[in-house]
Design a protein around this ligand. Structure first.
Ligand code: LLP
Length: 437
């Protein structure tokens, strides 16, 4: 058995307990595959992250990155904690509005925002981080059309190497995001925007990557951003009110990985900002952070029913569970590790090696390879850890499997917050054309 994080317990029946609920009972009551989100853990993660920065800097806005998990109940929990929102689509923006997050406490990012999405953002006073020169023109037109000034910042690309999977490293020069800093492109963007009528230039933003467990890249990011902020002030006389360092703080997925305390990141970036504000005589900016994974990843598990096992001479046995890459694509897509245990045998020794397969017709459809588990039997309940971020959010209906349901648990209470899709849900948008009827 692994060292469980403190928000998990084991009960007298030897079952995993999350949010005061027995995982085996949750699976019986709500079916599998099932995402389970621990409300208290979401709150704890948010509070710890928020506190780390607020204790060190006078003006902080933590915008939860909805892309990690935009379920309305999750958003509502974070809204009740006072979080702002980082949105990357009009629909995420609508979700944030729906749970009561004000537009002024949102940032809108992305390298391709549509006109209706931009309209929604301008109408709601959302801070838009512009990604390219053409988008700047579009936003100006949208603002004119809406009859409102657009609050904008620029997404800049500080060219920083991050120790993470190449698919989720976004701060490198060749990445598709933002304005290049080194060549003067970013400065040029500020210059152009400062001459535009319906544009209010208020911020600067970067996001260097995701699943980062080292504070150094964040410190470097802060240095490069502050150097640019000072240059923008000196050369253009623009004082930026918002410094947005993006998201990216990782969570330990493997038993060997160590957490990167948010306090450590806050300490190092705040020092950089403080120094630069003092030296360059800048007004105190509001620091924006956009954490997704840190807030929600370890607050959720996926429960999956074991169907059968299969012996293969000389290699690990297979165990097939009812959640595969349709329910959780991270192992197949990034080779990501998610720890797996058997929820109804949590106290038993993990003595046997298994490959854990999903139910889909692809060899890539696995949740883990070479995992030690107790001698698993049909009907057991597998639990996959740390799936709260980009789990359900990236799930699909591959092989016409309905997406999993999700429950929120807190102090022994459990309530469905995302229903299980039905066959009707799967086909209700399909049509057979008239000539085939
Ligand atoms: N802000 C921006 C502009 C972003 O692009 C992202 C994530 C975040 C904030 C939140 O980053 P976080 O704190 O969650 O690391 N699907 C991948 C992760 C992609 C992250 C994309 N951007 C995965 O499953 O690992």
């Amino acid at each position: 058995m692994l060292m469980l994080k403190p928000h998990f317990k084991v009960n007298a029946r030897g079952h995993l307990v999350i949010g005061g609920c027995d995982a085996v009972e949750l699976a019986e009551r709500f079916g599998t595959p099932l995402y389970v989100v621990d409300e208290q853990r979401v709150r704890e993660n948010y509070r710890r992250f928020h506190r780390a920065f607020v204790e060190r800097w006078p003006s902080v806005l933590v915008c939860y990155a909805l892309k990690a998990n935009s379920n309305l109940a999750v958003c509502k929990v974070l809204q009740s904690e006072g979080a702002g929102a980082e949105v990357s689509s009009g629909n995420e923006l609508q979700n944030a509005l729906k749970v009561g997050i004000q537009g002024e406490r949102m940032v809108f990012n992305g390298n391709y925002k549509t006109i209706p999405e931009l309209e929604l953002a301008v109408i709601n006073n959302v801070l838009i981080n512009i990604d390219n020169f053409q988008e700047l023109e579009t936003v100006a037109q949208v603002a004119l059309h809406v009859g409102k000034k657009a609050r904008i910042g620029f997404r800049v690309n500080p060219d920083i190497k991050t120790p993470t999977h190449p698919y989720i490293a976004t701060g490198l020069r060749e990445s598709k995001f933002g304005f290049d800093v080194a060549s003067g492109q970013a400065l040029d963007a500020y210059k152009r925007a400062s001459r535009m009528k319906n544009i209010e230039v208020v911020g600067i933003q970067a996001h260097i990557g995701s699943q980062i467990l080292d504070a150094a890249p964040f410190e470097e990011e802060a240095k490069r951003l502050m150097a640019l902020v000072a240059e923008i002030k000196d050369r253009l006389g623009i004082y930026l009110q918002f410094i947005d360092l993006g998201g990216g703080l990782g969570t330990p997925y493997t038993p060997e990985e160590r957490e990167l305390p948010p306090e450590q990141v806050a300490e190092r970036v705040v020092k950089v900002i403080e120094k630069s504000v003092e030296e360059k005589g800048l007004p105190t900016p509001t620091l924006i952070l956009e954490p997704g994974r840190y807030i929600i990843a370890d607050a959720s598990v996926l429960l999956a029913r074991v169907g059968h096992t299969k012996h293969r001479p000389g290699v690990p046995d297979w165990v097939a569970v009812d959640a595969g890459m349709n329910a959780l694509i991270r192992p197949a897509l990034y080779g990501a590790y998610h720890h797996i245990e058997i929820a109804n045998r949590i106290t038993e020794e993990n003595s046997k090696l298994f490959n854990v397969a999903g139910p889909l017709c692809e060899s890539g459809d696995f949740l883990g390879k070479r995992r030690k588990l107790p001698p698993v039997e049909p009907g057991d309940l597998a639990v996959i850890f740390d799936v709260g971020a980009y789990g359900l959010a990236m799930s699909s209906q591959h092989t016409a499997k309905p997406r999993p349901a999700m429950v929120l648990v807190n102090s022994g209470k459990a309530e469905l917050v995302r229903g299980r899709e039905t066959y009707e849900d799967l086909i209700h948008l399909d049509r057979i054309p008239s000539w085939l009827e």
